[in-house]
Design a protein around this ligand. Structure first.
Ligand code: 5GP
Ligand code: ZN
Length: 113
């Protein structure tokens, strides 16, 4: 999608700190980290949010969920981490391209804000 910042990052139109990449997903450091480790995992395919997932996206999302454990290990998150996906206005989703925040290296609180 031409005017989507995350599509631009995944296409390497804009340089960023790449953490992991393959044919269908892209992981990079968040520009405004909320924890000592804060990366975002996105599908390369433009999907706006969780609500826009289709049945055909299930294998892609399944592989993304499985990839998180590898990414977390490579980032040294053996003591735990949090995965967050903000969906829509009430959740304060600011970028309309599906993404999973992976946060770690600090104690998280609950409930989230
Ligand atoms: P949301 O609020 O939509 O769940 O999260 C969007 C995240 O994307 C935020 O944590 C924000 O810091 C991050 N972000 C927004 N624009 C950019 C960018 O251009 N580069 C990077 N690396 N992160 C971005
Ligand atoms: Zn996009």
């Amino acid at each position: 999608m031409a005017d989507c910042i995350f599509c631009m990052l995944a296409n390497h139109d804009i340089p960023t700190s790449v953490v992991y990449e393959d044919d269908e997903m892209f992981c990079f450091k968040d520009a405004d980290p909320q924890a000592p480790v804060h990366v975002l995992l996105i599908p390369k395919k433009h999907i706006e949010c969780l609500d826009d997932l289709k049945e055909e996206d299930a294998p892609l999302v399944g592989r993304m969920m499985l990839k998180i454990q590898d990414i977390a290990k490579n980032l040294g998150l053996e003591n735990g981490y949090r995965v967050v996906s903000n969906n829509g206005e009430d959740a304060f989703q600011t970028v309309k391209h599906l993404h999973f925040h992976i946060l770690g290296k600090r104690k998280m609180t609950w409930p989230p804000g």
